[in-house]
Design a binder for this molecule. Structure first.
Ligand SMILES: Cc1cc2nc3c(=O)[nH]c(=O)nc-3n(C[C@H](O)[C@H](O)[C@H](O)COP(=O)(O)O)c2cc1C
Length: 352
């Protein structure tokens, strides 16, 4: 366990321990996407973790898919996030804002101006989303034009700049969990015949262009990337070429010298071992549903530099201390994950 409580670098930041808070959408921002003082309190409570990765945050109106998720592209967003980042820094924490464009995982009822979603191809995922009038099928998106692609790269660049202006230590570009960038990776969501579809090189082009733009804007040492190889969320199927796509993508991203790669692991251990070899910077590993007794095992073997946890940290603001002292953990209240107030958010008790 003690390996977790040694320092590790993320870009120019030296973290005090190797525990990270996995990004978690909590849908408690103001309707215009501005983070609230309650969000500042929530993140500050968790600042004893080496690293906080924030909830997914949209870079544009069209990048939003769920209700009450935060944005990072207006002056109001910057002011709201400043309160969050300064509260975390005051407690000695480090915080990277996860930037996510949802692509087709959206519903017009959840988006400013009721915009139709955009995606690599006009294919609806067979999923439902929570909307103000209850669960609804996700409608068919519009295929992105060249202009949409250029604009989205520009939006990520702008969002990254806004994140730094808001005092964040950096950003994580979200390439996982069925959202826009992974939609480009998956052949069942990307039927394009242009430079962004078909071969592995083409399907990863958009993600790499976004990362390069972000790096140009804020620097590689403030830029991370999240992947979820083999993940099927959002009705995606990466097909048999999936592992090869990730090997290629990660090799390309490695050349950029990013601060970290964040792997949400879906079970392909052989690929995970390869990723560790291909990636020369800090590697964050998140294993969904990892049992408590395994905490620290991946840092111990050297497979990961940082282990991140989601639900357990959501329910335990002082997770680092509890791990260190082998203390009991609070149970997460799933019914209070998304939306609402302080209940199930900032009211989980810390150890006495
Ligand atoms: C309430 C909740 C919200 C989540 N939202 C996001 C998100 O915004 N971005 C993301 O990349 N992953 C998101 N995830 C996935 C987590 O980052 C993590 O990968 C997952 O919960 C598995 O880790 P765990 O078993 O330790 O919770 C979310 C998970 C939960 C429980």
């Amino acid at each position: 366990m003690s390996d977790l409580f040694t320092s590790v670098r993320i870009g120019t930041n030296v973290l005090t321990n190797r525990l990270g808070m996995a990004p978690m959408t909590r849908s408690r921002a103001n309707p215009d996407g501005t983070p609230t003082p309650l969000m500042a309190e929530y993140y500050a409570q968790r600042a004893t973790l080496g690293l906080i990765l924030t909830e997914a945050t949209q870079p544009s109106d069209i990048g939003q898919g769920n209700i009450s998720t935060p944005g990072i592209y207006t002056d109001a967003h910057i002011e709201g996030w400043k309160k969050v980042t300064s509260a975390v820094h005051a407690q000695g924490g480090r915080i990277f804002i996860q930037i996510m464009h949802v692509g087709r995982m959206s519903h017009p009822d959840n988006v400013v101006g009721n915009l139709q979603a955009v995606a690599p191809s006009a294919i609806a995922p067979k999923v439902q989303l929570h909307t103000p009038t209850g669960m609804q099928d996700v409608p068919t998106p519009r295929e992105m034009t060249d202009d949409d692609i250029r604009q989205t790269v520009a939006d990520y660049r702008h969002a990254a700049r806004c994140a730094i202006d808001a005092g964040a230590d950096g950003v994580e570009v979200h390439g996982a969990n069925g959202y826009l960038l992974q939609q480009f990776f998956a052949p069942n969501a990307n039927l394009r015949t242009d430079a962004y579809g078909g071969s592995i090189e083409n399907r990863t082009r958009f993600a790499i262009e976004i990362v390069k733009a972000v790096v140009e804007e804020i620097g590689a040492d403030r830029t991370g990337f999240r992947v979820s190889p083999g993940g099927t969320l959002g009705d995606l199927n990466e097909g048999t070429e999936g592992p090869a796509l990730y090997r290629y993508l990660i090799e390309q991203l490695d050349k950029l010298g990013l601060a970290f790669l964040d792997v949400m692991h879906w079970g392909n251990e052989e690929l995970l071992v390869d990723i560790r070899k291909l990636w020369h910077q800090t590697l964050i590993l998140n294993r969904p549903g990892r049992p408590r007794e395994q905490i620290g095992a991946d840092v111990k073997t050297g497979l990961a530099d940082i282990e991140s946890y989601g639900a357990m940290i959501l329910a335990n603001p002082d997770f680092a201390r509890r791990v260190q002292h082998d203390a009991l953990l609070n149970e997460p209240k799933k019914e209070l994950f998304f939306g609402g107030d302080a209940r199930g958010y900032t009211d989980y008790p810390a150890l006495a």
